[in-house]
Design a protein around this ligand. Structure first.
Ligand code: T5A
Length: 211
Protein backbone atom coordinates (compact mmCIF):
# COMPACT_ATOMS: atom_id res chain seq x y z
CA UNK A 1 0.00 0.00 0.00
CA UNK A 2 1.66 3.24 -1.04
CA UNK A 3 0.62 6.58 0.51
CA UNK A 4 -1.69 4.70 2.77
CA UNK A 5 -3.35 6.43 5.70
CA UNK A 6 -2.15 5.82 9.24
CA UNK A 7 -3.95 3.51 11.65
CA UNK A 8 -4.45 4.92 15.16
CA UNK A 9 -6.09 3.02 18.01
CA UNK A 10 -7.18 3.95 21.52
CA UNK A 11 -7.02 1.38 24.27
CA UNK A 12 -7.64 1.08 27.99
CA UNK A 13 -10.02 -0.41 30.52
CA UNK A 14 -13.67 0.66 30.86
CA UNK A 15 -14.16 4.35 31.62
CA UNK A 16 -10.55 5.25 30.72
CA UNK A 17 -11.78 7.99 28.37
CA UNK A 18 -11.26 6.33 24.97
CA UNK A 19 -14.47 7.65 23.37
CA UNK A 20 -13.85 11.12 24.82
CA UNK A 21 -10.28 11.21 23.48
CA UNK A 22 -11.26 9.69 20.12
CA UNK A 23 -13.31 12.80 19.40
CA UNK A 24 -10.30 14.98 20.24
CA UNK A 25 -7.98 12.99 17.97
CA UNK A 26 -10.55 13.39 15.18
CA UNK A 27 -10.48 17.17 15.66
CA UNK A 28 -6.67 17.17 15.50
CA UNK A 29 -6.70 15.16 12.26
CA UNK A 30 -9.28 17.52 10.79
CA UNK A 31 -7.16 20.55 11.73
CA UNK A 32 -4.17 18.88 10.07
CA UNK A 33 -6.22 18.40 6.88
CA UNK A 34 -6.17 14.59 7.01
CA UNK A 35 -9.13 12.61 5.77
CA UNK A 36 -10.13 9.95 8.27
CA UNK A 37 -12.80 7.52 9.43
CA UNK A 38 -13.79 6.79 13.01
CA UNK A 39 -14.71 3.25 13.95
CA UNK A 40 -14.70 0.81 16.87
CA UNK A 41 -14.24 -2.80 17.95
CA UNK A 42 -15.95 -5.06 18.39
CA UNK A 43 -18.13 -3.57 15.67
CA UNK A 44 -17.58 -1.15 12.82
CA UNK A 45 -19.63 -3.08 10.22
CA UNK A 46 -23.26 -4.30 10.30
CA UNK A 47 -22.14 -7.87 11.02
CA UNK A 48 -19.53 -6.64 13.52
CA UNK A 49 -22.15 -4.59 15.37
CA UNK A 50 -24.39 -7.69 15.58
CA UNK A 51 -21.46 -9.64 17.03
CA UNK A 52 -20.82 -6.76 19.45
CA UNK A 53 -24.39 -7.02 20.75
CA UNK A 54 -23.93 -10.78 21.26
CA UNK A 55 -20.60 -10.26 23.04
CA UNK A 56 -21.77 -7.48 25.39
CA UNK A 57 -25.27 -8.75 26.16
CA UNK A 58 -25.97 -10.38 29.51
CA UNK A 59 -27.89 -13.14 27.71
CA UNK A 60 -24.45 -14.43 26.61
CA UNK A 61 -23.38 -15.01 30.24
CA UNK A 62 -21.33 -18.20 30.44
CA UNK A 63 -19.97 -17.91 26.88
CA UNK A 64 -16.70 -19.87 26.77
CA UNK A 65 -13.47 -17.89 26.56
CA UNK A 66 -12.59 -19.54 23.23
CA UNK A 67 -15.98 -18.59 21.74
CA UNK A 68 -15.45 -15.01 22.93
CA UNK A 69 -11.96 -14.93 21.37
CA UNK A 70 -13.18 -16.33 18.05
CA UNK A 71 -16.11 -13.90 17.88
CA UNK A 72 -13.73 -10.97 18.49
CA UNK A 73 -11.59 -12.10 15.56
CA UNK A 74 -14.63 -12.86 13.37
CA UNK A 75 -15.79 -9.27 13.87
CA UNK A 76 -12.21 -8.03 13.28
CA UNK A 77 -11.83 -9.96 10.03
CA UNK A 78 -15.02 -8.42 8.67
CA UNK A 79 -13.98 -4.97 9.94
CA UNK A 80 -10.57 -5.17 8.27
CA UNK A 81 -11.88 -6.43 4.93
CA UNK A 82 -14.96 -4.21 4.69
CA UNK A 83 -13.82 -0.99 6.29
CA UNK A 84 -10.29 -0.55 7.63
CA UNK A 85 -8.20 -1.77 4.68
CA UNK A 86 -10.34 -0.06 1.98
CA UNK A 87 -10.10 3.26 3.88
CA UNK A 88 -6.33 2.98 4.31
CA UNK A 89 -5.91 2.10 0.64
CA UNK A 90 -7.81 5.30 -0.27
CA UNK A 91 -5.25 7.23 1.80
CA UNK A 92 -7.64 7.85 4.69
CA UNK A 93 -6.50 7.63 8.28
CA UNK A 94 -8.32 5.13 10.48
CA UNK A 95 -9.15 6.06 14.04
CA UNK A 96 -10.36 3.02 15.97
CA UNK A 97 -11.72 2.65 19.52
CA UNK A 98 -9.98 -0.64 20.56
CA UNK A 99 -8.33 -3.28 18.35
CA UNK A 100 -6.21 -6.42 18.89
CA UNK A 101 -4.36 -5.10 21.94
CA UNK A 102 -7.77 -5.36 23.66
CA UNK A 103 -7.85 -9.06 22.80
CA UNK A 104 -4.43 -9.65 24.38
CA UNK A 105 -5.56 -7.64 27.42
CA UNK A 106 -9.09 -9.05 27.93
CA UNK A 107 -9.05 -12.57 26.47
CA UNK A 108 -5.33 -12.99 27.26
CA UNK A 109 -4.78 -11.16 30.58
CA UNK A 110 -8.39 -11.22 31.76
CA UNK A 111 -9.54 -14.70 30.69
CA UNK A 112 -6.14 -16.39 30.73
CA UNK A 113 -5.92 -17.53 27.08
CA UNK A 114 -2.23 -17.99 26.15
CA UNK A 115 -0.84 -15.13 24.04
CA UNK A 116 0.57 -17.68 21.56
CA UNK A 117 -2.96 -18.81 20.67
CA UNK A 118 -4.12 -15.21 20.15
CA UNK A 119 -1.06 -14.58 17.99
CA UNK A 120 -2.07 -17.38 15.61
CA UNK A 121 -5.43 -15.68 14.99
CA UNK A 122 -3.77 -12.25 14.73
CA UNK A 123 -1.45 -13.49 11.99
CA UNK A 124 -4.24 -15.32 10.18
CA UNK A 125 -6.75 -12.45 10.25
CA UNK A 126 -4.47 -9.40 10.03
CA UNK A 127 -1.67 -10.66 7.79
CA UNK A 128 0.79 -8.16 9.27
CA UNK A 129 -1.59 -5.19 9.53
CA UNK A 130 -1.11 -3.46 12.89
CA UNK A 131 -1.85 0.00 14.29
CA UNK A 132 0.85 2.62 13.65
CA UNK A 133 0.09 4.44 16.89
CA UNK A 134 -1.80 3.24 19.96
CA UNK A 135 -2.71 5.50 22.85
CA UNK A 136 -3.07 3.46 26.02
CA UNK A 137 -5.20 5.38 28.51
CA UNK A 138 -4.01 3.90 31.77
CA UNK A 139 -5.73 4.24 35.14
CA UNK A 140 -6.69 2.14 38.17
CA UNK A 141 -9.75 -0.04 37.42
CA UNK A 142 -11.62 1.36 40.46
CA UNK A 143 -11.52 4.84 38.89
CA UNK A 144 -12.42 3.65 35.40
CA UNK A 145 -15.33 1.48 36.53
CA UNK A 146 -16.71 4.30 38.67
CA UNK A 147 -16.66 6.64 35.65
CA UNK A 148 -18.22 4.01 33.37
CA UNK A 149 -20.89 3.22 35.99
CA UNK A 150 -22.06 6.83 36.03
CA UNK A 151 -22.41 6.81 32.23
CA UNK A 152 -24.53 3.68 31.57
CA UNK A 153 -25.73 0.32 32.93
CA UNK A 154 -22.95 -2.31 33.05
CA UNK A 155 -22.54 -4.61 30.02
CA UNK A 156 -21.43 -8.29 30.28
CA UNK A 157 -17.73 -7.37 30.68
CA UNK A 158 -18.40 -4.64 33.22
CA UNK A 159 -19.91 -7.15 35.65
CA UNK A 160 -16.54 -8.95 35.97
CA UNK A 161 -14.67 -8.79 39.32
CA UNK A 162 -12.13 -6.05 40.02
CA UNK A 163 -9.32 -8.64 39.81
CA UNK A 164 -10.29 -9.28 36.16
CA UNK A 165 -9.72 -5.59 35.30
CA UNK A 166 -6.47 -5.54 37.28
CA UNK A 167 -5.20 -8.37 35.05
CA UNK A 168 -6.46 -6.55 31.95
CA UNK A 169 -4.66 -3.36 32.99
CA UNK A 170 -1.43 -5.26 33.68
CA UNK A 171 -1.63 -7.03 30.30
CA UNK A 172 -2.03 -3.66 28.56
CA UNK A 173 1.00 -2.28 30.41
CA UNK A 174 3.04 -5.37 29.45
CA UNK A 175 2.13 -4.79 25.79
CA UNK A 176 3.20 -1.13 26.05
CA UNK A 177 6.52 -2.05 27.63
CA UNK A 178 7.14 -4.58 24.84
CA UNK A 179 6.35 -2.06 22.06
CA UNK A 180 7.15 1.40 23.46
CA UNK A 181 7.46 3.08 20.05
CA UNK A 182 3.92 2.12 18.99
CA UNK A 183 2.04 2.06 22.29
CA UNK A 184 2.22 5.36 24.18
CA UNK A 185 0.96 5.38 27.75
CA UNK A 186 -1.25 8.29 28.83
CA UNK A 187 -2.01 8.83 32.54
CA UNK A 188 -5.80 8.77 32.30
CA UNK A 189 -6.31 9.17 36.06
CA UNK A 190 -5.56 12.91 35.67
CA UNK A 191 -8.31 15.52 35.16
CA UNK A 192 -9.64 15.52 31.60
CA UNK A 193 -7.88 18.75 30.42
CA UNK A 194 -4.50 17.26 31.42
CA UNK A 195 -5.27 13.94 29.70
CA UNK A 196 -6.32 15.80 26.57
CA UNK A 197 -3.13 17.91 26.62
CA UNK A 198 -1.00 14.73 26.71
CA UNK A 199 -3.07 13.10 23.95
CA UNK A 200 -2.81 16.24 21.78
CA UNK A 201 0.98 16.40 22.17
CA UNK A 202 1.42 12.73 21.21
CA UNK A 203 -0.93 12.94 18.23
CA UNK A 204 0.59 16.19 16.90
CA UNK A 205 4.07 14.63 17.12
CA UNK A 206 2.81 11.55 15.28
CA UNK A 207 1.05 13.55 12.54
CA UNK A 208 4.18 15.57 11.83
CA UNK A 209 6.31 12.41 11.64
CA UNK A 210 3.97 10.53 9.27
CA UNK A 211 5.22 10.18 5.70
N1 T5A B 1 -13.30 -6.30 24.23
C1 T5A B 1 -13.11 -5.55 23.10
C2 T5A B 1 -12.62 -7.50 24.41
O1 T5A B 1 -12.82 -8.18 25.43
N2 T5A B 1 -11.75 -7.91 23.45
C3 T5A B 1 -11.53 -7.23 22.29
O2 T5A B 1 -10.75 -7.67 21.43
C4 T5A B 1 -12.24 -5.99 22.11
C5 T5A B 1 -12.03 -5.18 20.87
C6 T5A B 1 -16.20 -3.15 24.54
C7 T5A B 1 -15.95 -4.31 25.46
O3 T5A B 1 -15.43 -5.36 24.68
C8 T5A B 1 -14.24 -5.83 25.27
C9 T5A B 1 -13.72 -4.72 26.11
C10 T5A B 1 -14.96 -3.99 26.55
O4 T5A B 1 -15.38 -4.55 27.77
P1 T5A B 1 -16.61 -0.62 24.77
O5 T5A B 1 -17.94 0.00 24.92
O6 T5A B 1 -15.92 -0.44 23.48
O7 T5A B 1 -16.77 -2.13 25.21
O8 T5A B 1 -15.59 -0.13 25.82
P2 T5A B 1 -15.79 0.53 27.20
O9 T5A B 1 -14.44 0.55 27.81
O10 T5A B 1 -16.90 -0.15 27.95
O11 T5A B 1 -16.23 1.98 26.84
P3 T5A B 1 -16.45 3.10 27.86
O12 T5A B 1 -17.33 4.10 27.19
O13 T5A B 1 -16.85 2.58 29.22
O14 T5A B 1 -15.04 3.69 28.14
P4 T5A B 1 -14.26 4.85 27.46
O15 T5A B 1 -14.68 5.05 26.07
O16 T5A B 1 -12.85 4.58 27.75
O17 T5A B 1 -14.69 6.10 28.36
P5 T5A B 1 -15.53 7.41 27.96
O18 T5A B 1 -14.72 8.29 27.12
O19 T5A B 1 -16.88 7.00 27.52
O20 T5A B 1 -15.60 8.07 29.41
C11 T5A B 1 -16.38 7.50 30.44
C12 T5A B 1 -16.88 8.64 31.35
O21 T5A B 1 -15.77 9.21 32.03
C13 T5A B 1 -15.65 10.60 31.77
C14 T5A B 1 -16.42 10.84 30.47
O22 T5A B 1 -16.93 12.15 30.41
C15 T5A B 1 -17.53 9.80 30.58
O23 T5A B 1 -18.59 10.29 31.36
N3 T5A B 1 -14.21 10.90 31.66
C16 T5A B 1 -13.50 11.51 32.64
N4 T5A B 1 -13.86 11.98 33.85
C17 T5A B 1 -12.87 12.52 34.62
N5 T5A B 1 -11.56 12.61 34.22
C18 T5A B 1 -11.17 12.15 33.03
N6 T5A B 1 -9.88 12.22 32.66
C19 T5A B 1 -12.17 11.56 32.17
N7 T5A B 1 -12.12 10.98 30.94
C20 T5A B 1 -13.36 10.58 30.64
Amino acid sequence: MSNRGAFITLEGIEGAGKSTCLALVGQLLQQAGRQFIETREPGGTPLGESLRRLLLDHSSAGMSSDTELLLMFAARSEHLQQKILPAMEEGKWVLCDRFTDATYAYQGGGRGIPAARIQILEEWVQKGVKPDLTLLLDLPPETGLARAGKRSAPDRFETEALSFFQRVRQAYLDLAWAEPARIRIVDASRPLPEVQAQVSALVREFISSWR
